[in-house]
Design a protein around this ligand. Structure first.
Ligand SMILES: [Fe+2]
Length: 234
């Protein structure tokens, strides 16, 4: 083959390779939005009805099995959220939860790849709990973990419409993320405060499924070994 012909063929293949890399990156970031360089959101397509049925079943199951004090809530917390360290929702083999786990995993790793040029940790673990808000309930300003814990926090919106949101305060900035069914919201923990809006619907609860994702090494460094099998790899 003539050198010029060889060169143009090689150049063509190099360009195809570059294009494939760009397409791959776009697919990985598909449907993911980033707000104020802090909050990632991704619309997913999970079976809402299936997950709603599972959540109602689990709400009763958690109350029956893990709630020691029946008055265990103060109007600003949901019962199942208060008991978050007693169970890991993703460990229950109920309809919809396996697909939810996959969706969270895919979203989280896309965000990590976007956030860091080189991933700082190899292994991450997740804890996951149910938030079921009845009329008048909300979760007041709080944060998850500390900055040096390098953890992430997020939630999946299951039944949150027509009118609810989560407000974040990050570095003097206030940002309201409107809740939409089938939306995953994810951000790095320890740099923000956030609160959920009060739920006003009479006939049905607001349902979200929340989670923390922490590097394995940080869990080990925490020294809290009693509860380690509450966390699962992701
Ligand atoms: Fe939270």
């Amino acid at each position: 083959m003539h050198f010029k012909q060889w060169f143009s063929t090689a150049f063509f293949h190099l360009n195809i390779f570059a294009l494939q890399q760009i397409i791959k990156y776009n697919i990985r970031m598909n449907n993911i939005n980033l707000y104020s360089d802090f909050i990632y959101t991704r619309k997913v397509d999970l079976d809402l009805e299936e997950l709603r049925t599972t959540s109602h079943f689990m709400y009763q199951f958690i109350k029956d099995n893990f709630q020691e004090n029946k008055d265990d809530f103060d109007g600003q917390k949901t019962v199942t959220e208060l008991l978050y360290n007693k169970y890991n929702l993703l460990l229950y083999p109920l309809p919809g939860l396996h697909k939810l786990y996959s969706a969270i995993k895919e979203t989280f790793h896309s965000c990590i790849q976007h956030k860091y040029i080189e991933e700082p940790y190899q292994d991450y673990y997740i804890q996951c709990w149910l938030n079921l808000y009845n009329k008048g309930q909300f979760i007041d300003w709080h944060t998850h973990g500390t900055k040096d814990f390098d953890s992430w926090h997020g939630f999946y919106c299951l039944d949150v419409e027509p009118n609810s949101s989560t407000t974040y305060r990050v570095n003097d900035l206030q940002l309201e993320v409107k809740s939409e069914n089938n939306l995953i919201v994810l951000s790095k923990s320890g740099e923000d405060l956030h609160r959920s809006s009060e739920w006003h619907e009479e006939n049905r609860p607001r349902i979200t499924i929340a989670f923390d994702i922490v590097p394995a090494i940080k869990l080990m460094e925490s020294g809290n070994y009693q509860n380690l099998n509450h966390w699962i790899p992701i």
